[in-house]
Write a protein that binds this ligand. Structure first.
Ligand code: JB2
Length: 217
């Protein structure tokens, strides 16, 4: 018996999440809600409206949701709305990911195929560990952060909430990446990155401070 789940978001990230949920088999996507309500299907599932329909779906008895939006701040905002309406956030963990039994995962977390999460790592609510990302022992991934495909974090790295590490980012043991910081694709982080900055290159250097309104992907 599978539990129906509402998916918030119907873009590229949602496609990946739908297939994760199908592969896991514990949940079944019952409906897609998206800001763009143009009638369409995503992987055979209809978009039935926008987030304003959440309340009605909750009244109809749906209890579980997943926020499949890549933007970190947006994912957090929409998740809070769903939780306030009484939805339980589920995780979407690929059966092809290797998650240590001693790792601790929050709720609303996405872990894509090929990702590795090692011993006693902590992955907070709404984090994305994308395809093939490697998170070594004792790392801490903050709320609604996103570690993009192929990133490699050595042991004890801390990623702040809402931070984004681009494709192929590397980080040496124990470095801390601040809240809402963005590390550009392919950068190598060898010392702490403060909150709210864009850092690029190898070794990663701060390029500028990010505007708080800049949406991170
Ligand atoms: O408030 C919202 C909202 N705002 C935009 N609520 C809901 N339910 N949906 C919202 N959207 C919708 O998010 C847009 O109408 C659009 O359909 C979708 C974003 O789609 P897109 O493909 O641009 O991005 P994504 O968030 O699905 O995926 C991004 O992040 C992933 C992690 C992309 O950068 C992907 O390439 C990446 N893998």
């Amino acid at each position: 018996m599978t539990t129906p789940v509402v998916l918030l978001g119907a873009g590229g990230h949602a496609k990946v999440v739908i297939e994760l949920i199908r592969a896991e088999g514990a949940y079944e996507v019952a409906a897609l809600l998206d800001a763009d309500t143009t009638p369409r299907q995503v992987l055979g599932l209809p978009v039935i409206g926008d987030d304003d329909r959440l309340e009605e779906l909750r009244r109809q008895g749906l209890t579980h949701a997943f926020v499949a939006l890549g933007g970190n701040a947006l994912r957090l905002k929409v998740a809070r709305k769903a939780q306030a309406l009484g939805f339980t956030l589920v995780n979407a963990i690929s059966p092809a990911a290797a998650v240590s039994p001693t790792a601790r995962l929050g709720v609303g977390v996405a872990v894509m195929a090929g990702a590795v999460i090692n011993a006693e790592a902590r992955v907070d609510d709404l984090a994305i560990v994308n395809t093939g990302a490697r998170i070594d022992h004792d790392c801490i991934l903050g709320e609604s952060c996103h570690v993009a495909p192929g990133a490699a974090l050595a042991g004890c790295v801390e990623v702040g909430r809402l931070a984004f590490l681009g494709v192929g980012t590397a980080a040496i043991p124990g470095v801390r990446i601040g809240e809402a910081a963005t590390v550009g694709a392919g950068a190598c982080v060898v010392k702490d990155i403060p909150p709210g900055v864009l850092a690029l290159g190898t070794p990663a250097r701060i390029v500028r401070t990010l505007d708080v309104r800049e949406e991170q992907k």
